[in-house]
Design a protein around this ligand. Structure first.
Ligand SMILES: Cc1cc2nc3c(=O)[nH]c(=O)nc-3n(C[C@H](O)[C@H](O)[C@H](O)COP(=O)(O)OP(=O)(O)OC[C@H]3O[C@@H](n4cnc5c(N)ncnc54)[C@H](O)[C@@H]3O)c2cc1C
Length: 404
């Protein structure tokens, strides 16, 4: 069977390997000169390709019931076996899998090597459209190609400079699929405010609570980056997909940031803690009392926003100002205006709805012999290797599915 895979990224490469292992004549059509270009920039160049807790709770989709049938233990085991076959030796840090060499190129190269040694052919060209008349006819910039089966592995609209600019949504639509509006996810957030220059460049530990139209939704804890537009960092990324979807629905998204999570104190306890600190440490200004528990630049900004001079003494500050200071330290309100664009998003939420595909083969329910994999589907995962994990797992299923 002549199987053509459109897109030679993470999902397309794995699909090519599993389709070739099933004895098919496999060709990848990839618009870039290199296969797996995006893999090289994943995990800051180290490629976090899997997680030991590959649990469904780390994934988001509008159809979790179908996702459960795709993300099975059996399928995960098959992916782990593929890693062995590729010769990938993992370095596992808090459950996050990286190649032991900490080089993303190891993952890219091992996939390409395996595909090529199984006879997978590669055409470097851009696909413009695909039609079906008894066979698939694939129209490329520089020619036409035929196929018995097509696997769409074109990715989403995230990070388009790596080749994934959303064309796959149009291909899927041309076969009758609907598309759940793609939005940027695992992405930085633009805040509402005029003080961002003053906190730009600070990295700190924080507990971040997300409120959606005033209602508590989620908490993330970890390092955040304060930037000249708002906030970034892994725990911000983890919230960003939800925020993108809610802002798109016209909801008001608010973060409440606790800059002192390690103290584990509520507001009253913090006042008591500061009273004691003030008694223990003689002749210190309020700014000096905060020294060593919070970045100096950040405490100066927070004091300013609380109407307190950094040289003021704790005992001389009014209770209203103390209360404002404590709010700003333990529940700093940051309204989110928007997410950054697709250009800097690691993934997209949305895509082809899972109830339009067969979960055991990933064959389209709209067009026979068409398969859809990877980020083009309405599945996005948390940071931690879940997105490459899904790309690999779905590629593997479709590569086997073509023989059903
Ligand atoms: C900066 C960054 C860091 C990331 N870090 C991680 C991480 O550490 N761990 C993790 O799990 N995930 C990470 N991700 C997400 C992960 O890379 C993606 O989820 C994954 O690559 C998706 O695989 P895919 O095969 O669906 O799409 P892609 O990898 O995007 O591949 C799609 C391919 O299709 C090709 N293509 C598209 N349209 C056409 C066309 N018309 N004709 C021909 N070819 C076409 C593209 O050129 C591309 O090569 C990161 C993403 C980014 C941007």
């Amino acid at each position: 069977m002549k199987v053509v895979i459109i897109g030679g990224g993470a999902s397309g490469l794995v699909a090519s390997i599993s389709a070739a292992l099933n004895g098919n004549d496999v060709t990848i059509i990839e618009r870039n000169n290199n296969l797996g270009k995006k893999i090289l920039i994943t995990g800051n160049g180290k490629c976090n390709y899997w997680n030991s807790d590959q649990n469904i709770s780390h994934y988001h989709s509008n159809n979790m019931e179908v996702l459960k049938k795709i993300e099975t233990d059996e399928n995960r085991l098959k992916v782990m076996k593929l890693f062995d076959r590729l010769g990938l030796v993992p370095r596992i840090k808090n459950g996050y899998y990286y190649p032991y060499s900490n080089q993303a190129s190891a993952v890219q190269t091992s996939l390409i090597k395996e595909a090529k040694s199984l006879g997978v052919k590669v055409i470097n060209d851009k696909v413009n459209s695909i039609v079906y008349h008894d066979k698939f006819v694939i129209n490329m910039e520089n020619g036409i190609f035929n196929a018995d089966k097509v696997i769409l592995a074109t990715g989403s609209k995230a990070y388009p400079k790596t080749g994934s600019d959303g064309m796959g949504y149009d291909f899927a639509k041309s076969f009758g699929h609907s598309i759940i509006k793609p939005l940027p996810a695992l992405v930085q957030l633009n805040g509402v405010g005029n003080y961002f220059k003053l906190w730009s460049g600070i990295r700190c530990d924080a507990k971040v609570d997300l409120y959606d139209n005033g209602k508590y939704v989620d908490t993330q804890t970890g390092e955040i980056q304060l930037t000249n537009y708002g906030v970034s960092g892994i725990c911000i990324f983890q919230l960003s997909g939800k925020i993108a979807r809610n802002i798109d629905k016209g909801k008001r998204e608010m973060l409440k940031i606790n800059f002192l999570p390690f103290l584990n104190l509520n507001k009253n306890e913090f006042i008591t803690w500061m009273n004691k600190r003030n008694n223990d440490l003689l002749n210190r200004s309020v700014s000096e009392l905060l020294d060593s528990i919070i970045n100096y630049k950040l405490s100066n900004l927070i004091l300013k926003l609380s109407g307190i001079d950094k040289d003021d003494k704790w005992n001389k500050i009014s209770s209203e100002k103390k209360s404002l200071l404590v709010n700003n330290l333990l529940e700093f309100n940051l309204e989110i205006e928007s997410t950054k664009s697709f250009d800097s998003a690691q993934v997209c939420t949305g895509g082809v709805p899972l109830d339009e595909i067969n979960p055991t083969t990933l064959e389209s329910l709209k067009q026979k012999n068409l398969f859809i994999v990877g980020e083009l589907l309405d599945v996005d995962g948390d940071c931690g290797g879940y997105n490459l994990g899904f790309a690999f797992l779905s590629g593997l299923i479709a590569g086997n599915g073509v023989n059903n």
